[in-house]
Write a protein that binds this ligand. Structure first.
Ligand code: PRX
Length: 692
C-alpha cells in the first residue's frame, strides 16, 4: 500500500483550478502535449463542488482509511443496508496465499440478508416506491414501458412465487437466457429473493454454449423467451433453447420446466414450437401469483449467482459470487464512480448476460434506488443517433458504455450526436477494454460537450465491481487511463518472477488482499480457481492483464497477457475458438490470436491447417466461420481465416503464438528469432498465404 499512498500523496498537491482552461483547450484543439501521460483533463469546479469525493485530498483520506482499517470502513458502509442479523465480530477473513493453504475469502460471514430485499423493499420502505426503477426502451422507436419500485417488487414477487411453486428452493440453480427485456432483471431479482442461484447466459450464445452451461450447473428451471428483435433482425431464441435442452437431455440433464416469455413484438406464440409439459408461457402463469412473497434470508456468504466466463484454456469457468460482500461492493462502487445522486437517470448499454449487466444494470443501481434505462435493441438502430435519442427521451444523466460502441459511433460522424441536445448528461463511463485516447476525446468532447468526466472503469467478471476507476470530481483525468484504485483495492504491478515493482513501471497487474466483491470460487472447481488466479504470483490475485503506472501514479491497462481475446469488450478464450474450429471435419489444426481491430478493439485471427488433401475454398472458409458461430455465438466468429499448410512449432511441438501474432498483424520485420522452430520454412509459407 505504501507505494500507492505515496503516489497519491504527491498527487494531492496537484494544481486544482489553475491551468484548467488552458489544459482543456489544448485537449480540445488536439495540440500535441508533451506526451499522453502529461495530458490532464480537469473536472469543472462546479462538478467537483457537488461531487461525493470533491478532491484528491478527500480521496486520499477515504482510501487510506479503507486500507488501514478495511473492517471498519466496510462495516460502516454495510450498516446502511438491511441485515436480518448482523455479521459476526470478524468482518472479513481471507487467505490469498496458496502457500499457506486453500484460498478463501469471506466477508460479513454470519450476516443474514437478502439482496432483492435491499434493492426493492428497503428502498420502498424509505419512500422510493413511486420512483421509476426501470425505463424500458424497445428495439423499435416508440415501443417502451416503465416500472416503479412498487411495480417492480410486485412483478418480482409473482415470479418468485411461481418459481417456488415449481419446486425451486434455496441454493438451486436457475438458468436465464433472455434478451434485454424488463423480465431479465425481474428474473434475476426473483431468484435472489428466494435464495436461488441465477446463471444468466448472454442471449447471443449458441445452443451448444447454452447446453454446456446448463449441463454444468444443472438448473431446476430455464427461463427464456420465444424471440427478440435486434436492429432489423429477429432472433429465434426458443429454437436455440430447444436445441440446448435436447443436447443436455442427451447427456442425462433433463430440464422439467422451461418458462418462456412471449415476446409478442418479435414472434407470436402460435408460431412458436412447443414441448407440452415442459414449456410454459410466462404470461399464462406468472401474473396469477400473489404480488407479495416472503423473503428467503440468506447468509452473506451464500451464493448469489454464477456467471460463466472464458479463460485461456479449457471450457468456460463458472465464476461464483456470494451475497453480502457483492451487495456492499456493487452499491458503493456505483455510487462513487458515477457520483450517483437521486436526481440522476442512469443508462448502461451492457447486456445483463455479462457481468456489467449484473453489477451495473441490476444490482448496483437498484441498491441505490436509481432509475435505470434498459434498452432491448441495437445501439445504432434504426440509425447511429439512437443512443442520443434515448438519452434525450429519458433525460439520461449517467451514460455507461464500451469503447467499441464509442469507436463505431465516432466513425458514423458527429452529426448523429450533435443533432440531439444531450444536455442532461453529466457523467460518462467506459468499460470492457482500454479506451484509446482518440476515442476518449471524441466521447468527452463530442458526446459530453467537454463537460462530463469519463469514468474509465477497469474490472472483471471475477472482481464483481470496479477496481481501478476515476472518481469524477476528485481527479484530473488522463485520456486512456483508468486512474486510481477504488477504496479498499490494493493493486500491485509485478515482474515475471512475481516481485512487486514500485513507482513508474509496467508488468503484470495483481491485487493484494481481498475486497468485498471478489469472487469466491469457480463453481465445482476450487482447484482451478486457485491455479488460475492465485498460483502464477503466489500471495496475490492475478488479473491476467498487463498494466503500467506512470510517474504520477496513474494506472494504464494494456490488455490481456494470457490467451484471452477481447472482442468488442467480450472475453473470448483462444482455446474455445480453436476447439470449435478443429471440430470441423476438414480442419486438422487451428491456432487463434487476437489482432488490433479499428472498431472491435481486437479481432479474431485464425490460422487453420486443413486435413490432408482438402483444398482451400471460399465455401470452406464460410463453413469454418459458421462452425464457430454455431458452437460459441456470432460474436466469436473469426474475422480472418489464414490458410496454414503447417503451424510454426518448437521442436517440442509447442505452437509459437508470438510468431503468429506478428504475422497476423503483418509486423513481418519483428518476427524475432525463428531458429528454434522445428521447421523455420513454415514462416515463409505462412507469409506467402497471408492474403489468400
Ligand atoms: O482485459 C480487461 C478488460 O476486460 C477484462 C475483463 O473482462 P470481463 O470479465 O468480461 O469483464 C468485462 C467488464 C468488466 C479485463 O481483464 N477490461 C475491462 N475493463 C477495462 C478493461 N481493460 C482496460 N480498461 C478497462 N476499463
Amino acid at each position: 500500500t505504501s507505494d500507492h499512498l505515496r503516489h497519491v500523496e504527491s498527487m494531492s498537491t496537484l494544481p486544482s483550478g489553475a491551468g484548467r482552461i488552458s489544459r482543456l483547450n489544448a485537449v480540445i484543439l488536439g495540440d500535441s502535449l508533451a506526451s499522453e501521460e502529461d495530458d490532464l483533463v480537469f473536472p469543472s469546479q462546479a462538478f467537483s463542488d457537488q461531487a461525493h469525493v470533491p478532491s484528491p485530498q478527500k480521496y486520499l483520506e477515504m482510501y487510506t482509511r479503507s486500507i488501514q482499517d478495511p473492517a471498519g470502513f466496510w462495516s460502516e458502509i454495510a450498516s446502511q443496508f438491511y441485515w436480518k442479523e448482523r455479521w459476526s465480530q470478524q468482518v472479513y477473513s481471507e487467505n490469498l496465499d496458496i502457500r499457506k493453504g486453500n484460498v478463501r475469502i469471506e466477508w460479513f460471514k454470519g450476516g443474514v440478508t437478502n439482496i432483492c430485499y435491499n434493492c426493492l423493499d428497503r428502498n420502498i420502505d424509505s419512500g422510493s416506491g413511486d420512483r421509476v426503477a426501470i425505463y424500458w426502451e424497445g428495439n423499435e422507436p416508440g415501443s417502451d414501458g416503465m416500472l416503479t419500485y412498487n411495480q417492480l417488487l410486485a412483478r418480482v414477487c409473482q415470479l418468485a412465487n411461481y418459481l417456488k411453486d415449481v419446486g425451486v428452493q434455496k441454493g438451486d440453480a436457475v438458468v436465464i437466457y433472455l434478451p434485454m427485456l424488463m423480465e431479465l432483471p425481474i428474473a434475476m431479482l426473483a431468484c435472489a429473493r428466494i435464495g436461488a442461484v441465477h446463471s444468466v447466459v448472454f442471449a447471443g450464445f449458441s445452443a451448444e454454449s447454452l447446453a454446456q452451461r446448463i449441463m454444468d450447473c444443472k438448473p431446476k428451471v430455464v427461463i427464456s423467451c420465444n424471440a427478440v428483435r435486434r436492429g432489423s433482425k429477429v432472433i429465434y431464441l426458443k429454437e436455440i433453447v430447444d436445441a440446448a435442452l435436447a443436447e443436455s437431455a442427451k447427456n442425462g440433464i433433463i430440464i422439467d420446466v422451461c418458462l418462456t416469455y412471449e415476446n409478442e413484438s418479435a414472434m407470436k406464440r402460435e408460431t412458436t414450437k412447443w414441448q407440452k409439459g415442459r414449456d410454459i408461457w410466462w404470461q399464462d402463469v406468472v401474473p396469477k401469483y400473489p404480488t407479495t412473497c416472503a423473503v428467503e434470508w440468506v447468509d452473506a456468504e451464500d451464493a448469489l449467482f454464477l456467471l460463466y466466463t472464458s479463460g485461456s484454456t479449457g471450457k468456460p469457468k463458472g465464476v461464483l459470487h456470494t451475497t453480502g460482500g457483492y451487495m456492499v461492493y456493487t452499491a458503493t462502487t456505483f455510487k462513487y464512480a458515477f457520483d450517483y445522486k437521486p436526481s440522476d437517470v442512469y443508462w448502461c448499454t451492457a447486456d445483463c448476460g455479462w457481468i456489467t449487466g449484473h453489477s451495473y444494470v441490476t444490482y448496483g443501481p437498484l441498491l441505490n434506488a436509481a432509475t435505470v434505462v434498459v434498452y432491448e435493441g441495437a445501439p445504432n438502430y434504426p440509425n447511429p443517433g439512437r443512443c442520443w435519442e434515448i438519452v434525450d427521451k429519458y433525460k439520461v444523466s449517467i451514460f455507461y458504455t464500451a469503447p467499441t460502441l464509442v469507436r463505431s459511433l465516432m466513425r458514423d460522424g458527429d452529426e448523429f450526436v450533435t443533432r440531439y441536445s444531450r444536455k442532461s448528461l453529466r457523467v460518462l463511463g467506459s468499460v470492457g477494454e482500454p479506451i484509446n485516447p482518440s476515442a476518449w476525446r471524441w466521447f468527452f468532447n463530442i458526446v459530453g460537450d467537454s463537460r462530463c468526466p469519463i469514468s474509465d472503469t477497469w474490472w472483471q467478471t471475477e472482481t464483481g465491481g470496479f477496481m481501478i476507476t476515476p472518481l469524477p470530481g476528485a481527479w484530473p483525468q488522463k485520456p486512456g487511463s483508468a486512474t486510481f484504485p477504488f477504496f479498499g483495492v490494493q493493486p500491485v504491478i509485478v515482474d515475471e518472477k512475481g516481485a512487486e515493482i514500485e513507482g513508474e513501471c509496467s508488468g503484470y497487474l495483481c491485487v493484494k488482499s481481498s475486497w468485498p466483491g471478489a469472487f469466491r470460487t469457480l463453481y465445482g472447481d476450487h482447484e482451478r480457481y486457485e491455479t488460475t488466479y492465485f498460483s502464477a504470483f503466489p500471495g496475490y490475485y492475478f488479473s491476467g492483464d498487463g498494466c503500467s503506472r506512470d510517474k504520477d501514479g496513474y494506472y494504464w491497462l494494456t490488455g490481456r497477457v494470457d490467451d484471452v481475446i477481447n472482442v468488442s469488450g467480450h472475453r473470448i478464450g483462444t482455446a474455445e475458438v480453436e476447439s470449435a474450429l478443429v471440430s470441423h471435419p476438414q480442419c486438422a489444426e487451428a491456432a487463434v490470436v487476437g489482432v488490433e481491430h479499428e472498431v472491435k478493439g481486437q479481432g479474431i485471427y485464425a490460422f487453420v491447417t486443413l486435413v490432408e488433401g482438402v483444398p482451400y475454398s471460399e465455401e470452406l472458409r464460410r463453413s469454418l466461420i459458421m462452425t464457430v458461430r454455431n458452437q460459441i455465438g456470432a460474436f466469436a466468429a473469426p474475422d480472418k481465416i489464414h490458410w496454414a499448410p503447417a503451424l510454426p512449432k518448437t521442436r517440442s511441438g509447442k505452437i509459437m503464438r508470438r510468431i503468429l501474432r506478428k504475422i497476423a498483424s503483418r509486423q513481418l520485420d519483428e518476427l524475432g528469432d525463428i531458429s528454434t522452430l522445428a521447421e523455420p520454412g513454415v514462416v515463409d509459407q505462412l507469409i506467402s498465404l497471408a492474403d489468400c
